[in-house]
Write a new protein. Structure first.
Length: 462
């Protein structure tokens, strides 16, 4: 399943899932920030009576009986402030900065959608940031540019997509476009997607991640990395559904836990998910094998969230989060035990970038409230430990907190994360996030400190 069907609201793992586009867009448009723009379908605007939004004339044009053009854009400005970023281990006490993301896209459909071309330009800027990362700034770039060929096959439809594209599967534990950072993740390559009525789906892809540069039009494929795989969805009994997937990633050069050399990492997993009688659940079980510099890879992970939505005012949803991922027991030996989450969203952990699904135990509750249809709040409190005390504390990008591998303590700390999303108008979204990571003994033994993070973003979309 390319995306799970949840509530598109505050920017977290649970709240950033796109709704069914056609029905939702007839009620309000565009979609909230998060989902890729290429899922939008505005053909219902052929009916003049449904052109009730002031931007409808821009977003949809019927060109002929078999052709139409959709256009759209986004302007996001975000202010972030950290106290002791990266647990104070980067030599910076405070970091305050502003980020800009501007996007424009054109989506041309020909021959009754047998052929489609999607192009998205993007401009990303960051001002005053002390600790730069690869997803902060790339100026003006071709963020997405692909061609779709749609053909009937075996009672369903086969889509062949070639070019630069965003990608996300399931709860996006391993593969995501990731809306939080200034530059969303994109790939170059080929994807095949076969859909059949009844909820059956099978995807196959062969891609290379895009490497960002800080100047305009200098992004390109990472020719040292190959990423390929299969992802299928099977409806089971009642409301229960099953995703089955297998991914392969090959890197010409990788350094991890005292090993350095070529890596072939293979990930297999299943996801059980569904909704029934107020309950919702999504459970991913994953294993990894392969080789890194002659060492065997043997790693595992679990990512799960189980929730219940109460009836009545504010629509409260209570949920429990439980994540676990293996670490390495003896760095540098003939076994590599650290789980690599590949291209994760990390949304449930917040945008502070302080943890990821590697050498980790994480457990805690979440509470979601919707005082109004346009206002949603989510708060989570998580306890975090290292799965293996011989391995370090991992940040997004599989970078360890300096000195953490030498710590003897298991407790990483406690993470308190809060999100608020308000949409006063369908095309205007305001997001606030505050998180506090109370450093545990594993961080303090590495001379680290607690980190606080505050973010305020405004997004205009048409």
């Amino acid at each position: 399943m390319l995306f799970s069907q949840g509530i598109a609201a505050a920017p977290s793992l649970n709240l950033e899932q796109p709704p069914k586009p056609l029905n939702r867009l007839e009620v309000e448009r565009p979609l909230p920030p998060g989902p890729p723009r290429w899922i939008e379908d505005y053909r219902f605007l052929d009916d003049p009576a449904k052109r009730t939004d002031p931007f409808d004339g821009l977003r949809y044009q019927r060109l002929s009986e078999s052709a139409w053009l959709q256009t759209g854009g986004e302007a996001r400005y975000r202010f972030d402030t950290f106290r002791d970023p990266v647990f104070g281990r980067r030599g910076v006490n405070t970091d305050h900065y502003i980020q800009q993301r501007l996007q424009l896209h054109a989506d041309l459909h020909l021959f009754d959608d047998a052929v489609r071309t999607f192009v998205q330009l993007e401009n990303t800027r960051t001002w005053n940031k002390a600790i730069y990362g690869p997803f902060d700034q790339s100026r003006t770039e071709l963020h997405q540019a692909f061609i779709d060929l749609n053909t009937p096959l075996a009672g369903g439809k086969l889509m062949t997509r070639i070019g630069r594209q965003e990608l996300g599967y399931g709860e996006q534990v391993l593969v995501t476009y990731r809306d939080g950072p200034n530059i969303r993740i994109n790939f170059d390559g080929l994807r095949l997607s076969w859909n059949q009525p009844g909820g059956y789906r099978l995807d196959a892809f062969a891609l290379r991640p895009v490497v960002t540069g800080e100047d305009s039009f200098d992004d390109g494929s990472d020719n040292a990395v190959k990423f390929y795989g299969l992802y299928g969805t099977l409806p089971l009994a009642g409301s229960l559904q099953l995703d089955v997937y297998g991914f392969g990633q090959e890197k010409d050069q990788r350094s991890l836990n005292g090993l350095s050399g070529a890596e072939q990492r293979y990930t297999g997993g299943v996801r059980l998910f569904g909704k029934a009688d107020g309950w919702d659940w999504s459970w991913d079980l994953m294993g990894q094998g392969g080789h890194l510099d002659g060492a065997q890879i043997r790693a595992w992970a679990v990512s799960s969230e189980t929730g219940y939505r109460l009836a009545g005012a504010w629509k409260p949803r209570l949920a429990m989060r439980l994540d676990a991922a293996s670490g390495d027991d003896r760095p540098g030996d003939d076994r590599a035990g650290t789980f690599d989450p590949l291209y994760p969203k990390n949304g449930v952990y917040g945008n502070s970038g302080l943890t990821t699904l590697a050498n980790l135990y994480l457990v805690g509750p979440l509470l979601t409230l919707a005082p109004q249809p346009t206002l949603q709040l989510e708060s989570g409190l998580f306890a975090v430990w290292r799965q293996n005390t011989n391995d370090g504390v991992y940040l997004p990008g599989m970078v360890t907190v300096p000195g953490s591998a030498a710590s003897s303590a298991r407790k990483t700390g406690n993470l308190w994360r809060n999100n608020l999303r308000w949409r006063p108008l369908p095309y205007l979204t305001l997001d606030l996030e505050y998180s506090y990571f109370q450093a545990g003994a594993a961080i303090r033994q590495a001379d680290g400190d607690s980190t606080s993070y505050l973010s305020a973003a405004t997004t205009f979309r048409f």
